[in-house]
Design a protein around this ligand. Structure first.
Ligand code: GLU
Ligand code: MG
Length: 461
């Protein structure tokens, strides 16, 4: 329990902060009684608490307080001045949550000891954006979450919709219509919370869907993704389903990506726009240098964009009921080429690496660091690939000098450990903390004896 700032001052918020009072009045008139002060932990999981609206001032000035070491990835101690983590509300993010009447969500930035907390994922992304701002640039991202709607039957996880069985279920309208109720509620909830929803469709695996909303500045897009996750979890649960951002729930079907469409801007000028003399690459020189950085740092970026043991079961070519995994495995770029890590489009590129388990703040911050490194070193991404790289045998991929992504979380962590550009974007504490947490995750997995191993080896020798 902590004393509120307004109580400490002994005065009412209105005496000091007329803007806050106006904001509070507006929210009260809109029927809001509580704020959901929300932040993301290192795993990209939404955390927070409810704060009565009367304490809006506290949330904006000091932040809602949390026990720091109870939050994954903070590395904060149990005692002392740096044990308390404050999620300080960003007033620009306040939105009513239609699925929680009377509650408005406000996104918090992490603060410790009165200073921005270096390991808060949103602060990490703020730092990365500030590096761009020094040059007068902003990065815009369009994040495309794919996800599953599942149910648990005994110890099995299955698509929630039993009738969703096509071998190639992409864009299947019959399956889509069976989930119209959920998708419509999700669409309405996101729109009511301020997102511009562009498309909702059935993806290429049983029980898999994708929702797209409009691109925005990188920090806002990451906030939107968190809002999307909050809404989807709530609405699926209300219908007895499990909303899943697990990258690859079914071995024989495609997994869930969280592709990012990326463009760099100076005011209203797109710096990736190739101009009238566009070559086949779709990007300006700056854009080509940026993607070259993203490709050069691809192994370390994997640790943040594909951060789970399960992520590496998605990043493979081949075996899939639908014929294609559509997930990248090769470090290449090409115009509208979905078989490459980087798919270029006029004036932007789609970064196909991230999966649905990625923390959007950390993945974007790492992307910016890699892209800036490409620009600072004037890197060249090599020539554009127009071929279907999924058709090529590995020997040809290697012979062409195309890099292959790490095959496991363990390999990706080794790459992150030795990549100073990406590591420094996280900051020294989070870099170390992330590696430690994720190595523990890998070790736990590596020590687990699975049913596959028993079936294969128990009676084999
Ligand atoms: N589900 C695929 C992935 O894991 C992507 C499918 C698509 O291109 O939309 O990346
Ligand atoms: Mg998709």
């Amino acid at each position: 329990m902590r004393e509120s700032r307004s109580a400490q001052r002994g005065g009412s918020p209105s005496e000091d902060h007329p803007i806050v009072t106006t904001l509070e009045q507006g929210l009260r008139e809109a029927g809001v009684h509580s704020l959901l002060v929300q932040f993301a932990d290192v795993h990209g999981t939404a955390k927070g608490k409810l704060v009565p609206l009367a304490h809006l001032d506290d949330v904006l000035q000091m932040g809602a307080g949390f026990s720091g070491p109870s939050i994954w990835g903070t590395g904060l101690s149990r005692t002392g001045p740096r044990s308390e983590y404050y999620a300080r509300g960003d007033a620009a993010t306040i939105r009513c949550l239609p699925w929680m009447p009377g509650v408005a969500r406000i996104v918090g930035d992490g603060f410790v000891g009165g200073e921005p907390f270096e390991s808060c994922p949103r602060q990490v992304l703020r730092r990365a954006c500030a590096r761009l701002a020094e040059r007068g640039w902003t990065l815009r991202t369009g994040i495309e979450p794919e996800f599953f709607l599942l149910k648990r039957v005994g110890d099995r996880w299955l698509p929630a919709d039993d009738a969703d069985r096509l071998d190639r279920p992409s864009y299947d309208l019959k399956s889509l219509s069976r989930q119209t109720g959920f998708l419509r509620e999700l669409h309405q909830a996101l729109e009511a919370a301020g997102l511009d929803v562009l498309q909702l469709d059935h993806e290429d695996a049983h029980g898999q869907y994708e929702v797209n909303f409009a691109y925005d500045e990188a920090l806002h897009s990451a906030d939107h993704l968190m809002l999307f996750k909050l809404a989807a979890h709530e609405l699926a649960q209300a219908r007895g389903m499990v909303f899943s951002m697990m990258p690859k729930p079914f071995a024989n079907q495609p997994g869930s990506g969280m592709h990012m469409h990326v463009s760099l801007w100076s005011g209203s000028t797109c710096l990736f726009d190739p101009g009238p003399a566009a070559g086949p690459e779709n990007l300006s020189l700056l854009g080509r240098q940026f993607i070259a950085g993203v490709m050069a740092h691809a192994p370390a970026l994997c640790a943040l964009a594909a951060p789970t043991v399960n992520s590496y079961k998605r990043l493979t070519v081949g075996e899939s009921l639908s014929g294609t995994t559509w997930a990248p495995a090769y470090v290449a770029h090409g115009p509208n080429n979905r078989t490459a890590l980087v798919r270029t489009l006029p004036g932007r590129f789609e970064w196909r690496l991230p999966d649905a388990s990625a923390n959007p703040y950390l993945a974007t911050a790492a992307l910016i660091a890699a892209g800036l490194d490409g620009i600072e070193r004037g890197l060249d991404p090599g020539h554009a690939r127009t071929e279907d790289l999924f058709e090529w045998p590995l020997a040809r991929i290697r012979a062409e000098g195309i890099g292959v992504l790490p095959g496991s979380l363990s390999e990706a962590l080794d790459a992150l450990a030795s990549d100073r550009v990406v590591g420094q974007a996280l900051g020294p504490s989070l870099w170390a903390e992330f590696l430690q947490l994720k190595r523990q995750e890998w070790t736990t997995y590596a020590r687990h004896v699975s049913a596959w191993e028993l079936d294969r080896y128990a009676a084999a020798f």
